[in-house]
Design a protein around this ligand. Structure first.
Ligand code: GUN
Length: 286
């Protein structure tokens, strides 16, 4: 049997429309400031997509593009200005940052009430305590996609492949809050294939093209593929995007699987809009 393909593009479109309608109905004017340091081509595409989506949802956005040799102090000064700017409800510093800048110092400098990425230690801590907070966009998107297939996740075995602060750790927290039994596997994990084979829910976020093979998937599992990897395709004569899961093989065993592209990627942007709207609502209610 072939798996249900979870259409992240369609679900994200629905979510973006919901956000746009709420923004209009509540006469909100959410503003997102995005900071891009350097010329990483993938980051440039992501940032453009984020700001365009803001405008489509009736939000304001400002992109601050800084040169690759920007100092940490210069970046901190910009963040301080944005923290004080009343028109700015959300601040997003696109990662990765150049090596002269300490990422954690920058993340910690963003006002936690404007941290729509949910990366600030206060917000990451609140998530781990189960307190209301900004939930990081990609993990939030993963959970919405899983719940499209299955509402009650209680007692399910979930395996998260990857332990990054951006995806692996927060998605593991969210699965735990949903009463799953959660395992996090990483580069030092022994026998990852066997870990995968017992997972009812598999979230792959390791950035290795088609690392997860079809016969690692438990029959009936829900597979969420966070990977976006560019690989050479000699037949096409141009690169193509693949996930962390060998999708075609995996879809023979899985009950449901996200495609790449068109799965988790669009959800990240939709959840960013949702978080920015929430930031504006919180400020409006104070
Ligand atoms: N780089 C890759 N993913 C993300 C994200 O979700 N937020 C930010 N700020 N940078 C990223």
């Amino acid at each position: 049997m072939s798996a249900q393909i979870i259409d992240g593009s369609a679900i994200a479109k629905r979510l973006r429309q919901e956000v746009a309608e709420k923004v209009k109905a509540r006469r909100l004017s959410p503003g997102l400031a995005v900071i891009l340091v350097g010329e990483n081509p993938a980051s440039q595409v992501y940032v453009n997509n984020k700001t365009r989506a803001c405008e489509e949802a009736g939000m304001k956005s400002w992109t601050h593009t800084l040169p690759a040799d920007t100092t940490q102090q210069q970046l901190l000064e910009l963040i301080a200005k944005l923290n004080d700017d009343k028109a700015v409800h959300g601040i997003l510093v696109q990662l990765p940052l150049p090596s002269q800048i300490d990422t954690q110092t920058i993340i910690s400098a963003v006002d936690p009430t404007k941290d729509v990425d949910g990366f600030h230690p206060v917000n990451a801590g609140r998530l781990s305590l189960g307190l209301p907070t900004f939930i990081s966009c990609t993990p939030q998107g993963c959970m919405i996609l899983i719940r499209e297939v299955k509402k009650d996740l209680s007692g399910k075995k979930a395996l998260v492949l990857g332990r990054s602060n951006i995806v692996g750790k927060p998605v593991a927290q969210l699965l735990l809050q949903a009463d799953c039994t959660v395992t996090i596997a990483h580069s030092k994990t022994q026998n990852i294939a066997e870990e995968c084979r017992s997972a009812d829910i598999l979230v792959a976020a390791i950035g290795k093209p088609e690392f997860v093979k079809g016969d690692w998937i438990k029959p009936g599992a829900i597979v969420i593929d966070v990977g976006i990897n560019r690989v050479e395709d000699k037949a096409r004569g141009k690169p193509r995007l693949v996930g962390d899961v060998a999708c075609l093989e995996a879809s023979k065993n899985a009950a449901a699987i996200t495609p790449v592209p068109g799965g988790v990627g669009p959800m990240t942007i939709a959840c960013l809009l949702r978080n920015t709207m929430q930031a504006a609502m919180q400020i409006a209610s104070n």
